[in-house]
Design a protein around this ligand. Sequence first.
Ligand code: GLN
Length: 541
Amino acid sequence: MVKYIFVTGGVVSSIGKGIAAASLGRLLRNRGFTVAPMKLDPYINVDAGTMNPYQHGEVFVTEDGAETDLDLGHYERFIDVNCSSLSSVTTGKVYRAVIEAERRGDYLGGTVQVIPHVTNEIKRSIVEVGERTSADVVLAEIGGTVGDIESLPFLEAIRQMRKDVGWQHTLFVHVTLVPTVGPWREIKTKPTQHSVHKLREIGITPDVLVCRSEAPIPPDVKEKISLFCDVPTQAIVESLNAETIYEVPLVYEDAGLGEFVADRLGLEKREPSMGEWRKLVKILKSPKRECRIAVVGKYTSNGDAYKSIGEALVHAGIPNDARVRVEWIESDSLESGVSPADALAGMDGLVVAPGFGGRGIEGKIQAIRHARETGLPFLGICLGLQMAVIEFARNVCGLLGANSEEMDEETPHPVIHLLPEQKHVKAKGATMRLGSYPCNLVHGTKAAKLYGANRIAERHRHRYEVNNDYRETLIQHGMVVSGVSPDYRLVEMIELPSHPFFLATQAHPEFRSRPNRPHPLFRGLVAAALERRAQQSASRK
Ligand code: GLN
């Protein structure tokens, strides 16, 4: 019998439901249970692909090419599972299915309504995840904050789920805020009480409360929350700000949450294996070394816009026993007077981030030129590869005005151009080259050595590619095409053998990095950055 855990959030948005759900998933995974995470998002977009990263943060891409909410990234990283398009359900997707069914005549004669048609479709998508994955537990996070109009059909659907599958197979976790206010930093439970009241109005009584708080919650305050909210004190988990997000599962486990949840759901009693996770958290908290990596991108003012890149860099520090300090640099700033040498002073490595459109690309190109000329370790991701090719074409191959057709349709040297299969694509939603594609690595290249394999697969999200008319010119001037699609048509990876670490990929390796399995390319970048730092400090002595 599949178990269902539903995670809701109260009081404020951005309360950390994603991390809470992912951490709980890790506790079950540590007990050997299989977990299928999913996110139910109230917005009307069919998927996150058309949303601006400024507003919504990163668009996370799954193996099967769904453009989803960044919380799926947390699930994959914490639980070490691959999500799929089924793991992401939005109001847009639900309504589209219902309306298509209505047009087909599936409800012939009926009046189509939120209850039961929309709620049935939501329930169907939740059950489908369990059926398709055969997981022991489906862990579903409901986006938004309890009290929002938009999330009501989702909350109604999960309320019905308890009736459908039974109390013993469903668990409601509510993540809430317990703020401290006033000059004496008094802990206040009222917002939590209100939020739980709101949930109970809808017919949902939470089984577990995860209380985000800045100060430890004393036992009498827990008693009070318990009394007002009908949740036993052992199911009230205090969640203070952790030094690293990867510590949260340990905090929950030590608070007894893993055992409580397993017990409550009637899952077999198993000893959790926490060793690997404790070890990696220990390194994250007190590593021996440190390095600084700059990420140049155009949405850096939203800390979530490049979430997976930031996390992949942090993961890459673990096997190197190093803390990776990520410094975000707005690419625009490199176009308005700040020299790349100044902007990148003190950095041990550079990542040029993915992106769309022309803004800030000359800044990215400047940064790449600086890295290429000074031996600064460099990793280019997607647009980062395209910019590295443009920089090389202009400044090494002498192709003046080389550019991407995306930025300049009139460029004399379109070294980056539209993928042929994109030529007739007009619609913007889910039409890019998306998801996992294979890539052959050339023997003896840095890429092949880092991966330790000749054939790999990575997730993609792009419309443009390296123009093969320029492939020979690039190669003649010293660029190595280290990865190609199996049909040899598409340049997937490039590198410069004359440089300590200069590598770029058309794919998004950041989506596959996990704390317990850091990605080889990020790992390589961080190792090169540490080496450079060591050399520089030796030469200063
Ligand atoms: N805009 C570029 C393209 O569509 C790069 C995309 C990206 O960086 N994800 O090909």
